[in-house]
Design a protein around this ligand. Structure first.
Ligand code: ZN
Length: 293
C-alpha cells in the first residue's frame, strides 16, 4: 500500500502522484467519484500502473459546486481561491460573489486577478465591476498573463491555490506563464490514459516551481451553484452583511421587501453596495428553488 496526492481528476479516473514522484492511475472502488484534486489518498496493490484508491485522509477543505441534480467536486485541501476575470470578454460579478460564499464556507482566502490589463479599452469598465469587491478589502491583482504573470507570485507563495474563472478569462495562459511545464504534464497524462480527449476539461494540480505551494487549475465554469448551502450559510458569505444580521424586524427576514430590514437600510445608507444585495437575492432564490423536493 502507498500514499499519494490526487494531481488530476478525470471523472472516474484519477492521476495520483506518489511520494517518490511516480505517477499512477487511481481507480475508486464503487460507482461514485468521491475524490478531488488535492486529496491525499491511500492506494492498494499496483497492477500495470493502476491501483484502487482505498481511502482519503481527512481534508482541511473541500471546494465544490452543486445544483438541484448533482454536485461537482473542484478541489480538496486548498487554502485559497484565485478568481480570474479579464478586461474582455465581460465577466459575471455574481459568479465572484458565489465563489466568495463558497470560500467563506470553507474558510479559504480569496484573491481576484484582473487579467488582460494590456487591453486597456475594457480596463475602466472592469475596475468598476470589481469596485464592490475592492470595497470589501479583497486583494485585486492587475496583470497581463500574456506578458508577465509575476505580480501574482507573492500571493501564491505557501498557498494551495485553486484557479477559478469563466472560460475566456485567460486562465490557461496564466497557468502556462506560472508553470512552464504545464503543457507537458497534460501531454504526459494523455499518454498514460491512452487518450487525448480528457485533456481539456479536467482539474489538475501543479506544484509551484519554487516548491512553495501548489496551483490547482479547474475547468472554466459558467455557473457556480451553491444548492448545498442554507440561506444562513449564504448570508455568512457576504461579510459586509454581518454587522446587520439579526437586526431586521423579522427573524426570518429575506431582505426583499419586509418592513424594517436592516440590510436594505444599510444599502440605502450607502454602507452595502446594492449590487451585492442583488447577488445575495439571486443566490438565495436559486438556492430555495433547488432545495424544493
Ligand atoms: Zn432583512
Amino acid at each position: 500500500m502507498s500514499d499519494g496526492v490526487v494531481t488530476a481528476a478525470f471523472g472516474r479516473h484519477y492521476e495520483v502522484t506518489l511520494a517518490d514522484g511516480r505517477i499512477v492511475i487511481g481507480i475508486p472502488r464503487g460507482k461514485k467519484s468521491i475524490y478531488a484534486c488535492g486529496d491525499r489518498v491511500s492506494l492498494g496493490q499496483l497492477h500495470c500502473n493502476e491501483a484502487p484508491i482505498l481511502a482519503h485522509r481527512p481534508r482541511t477543505s473541500l471546494l465544490y459546486r452543486s445544483d438541484q441534480w448533482k454536485q461537482k467536486l473542484i478541489a480538496a485541501n486548498a487554502s485559497q481561491i484565485v478568481l480570474v476575470v479579464a478586461t474582455e470578454p465581460s465577466f459575471s460579478p455574481e459568479l465572484i460573489s458565489r465563489a466568495l460564499v463558497a470560500a467563506a464556507h470553507e474558510k479559504l482566502r480569496c484573491v481576484i486577478v484582473l487579467n488582460k490589463c494590456d487591453l486597456t479599452a475594457g480596463l475602466e469598465a472592469a475596475r468598476a465591476e470589481l469596485e464592490p469587491f475592492a470595497r470589501l478589502g479583497l486583494p485585486i491583482v492587475e496583470l497581463s498573463a500574456r506578458l508577465d504573470a509575476s505580480p501574482l507570485k507573492p500571493w501564491l507563495a505557501g498557498q494551495t491555490s485553486v484557479l477559478v474563472g469563466q472560460s475566456g478569462m485567460g486562465k490557461s495562459t496564466l497557468v502556462n506563464a506560472l508553470i512552464p511545464e504545464a503543457a507537458a504534464a497534460t501531454r504526459e497524462i494523455s499518454t498514460a490514459l491512452d487518450s487525448g480527449k480528457h485533456t481539456t476539461t479536467h482539474t489538475r494540480l501543479y506544484p509551484l516551481p519554487e516548491g512553495d505551494g501548489a496551483l490547482i487549475d479547474s475547468p472554466g465554469l459558467q455557473a457556480f451553484g451553491l444548492a448545498h448551502l442554507t440561506r444562513g450559510e449564504i448570508e455568512l458569505g457576504f461579510v459586509e452583511f454581518l454587522p446587520y444580521l439579526g437586526h431586521c424586524r423579522f427573524r426570518d427576514c429575506r431582505h426583499e421587501n419586509e418592513p424594517d430590514c436592516a440590510i436594505r437600510a444599510a444599502v440605502a445608507a450607502g454602507r452595502i453596495d446594492p449590487r451585492r444585495l442583488a447577488h445575495f437575492l439571486a443566490i438565495a432564490r436559486e438556492n430555495e428553488s433547488a432545495r424544493l423536493p
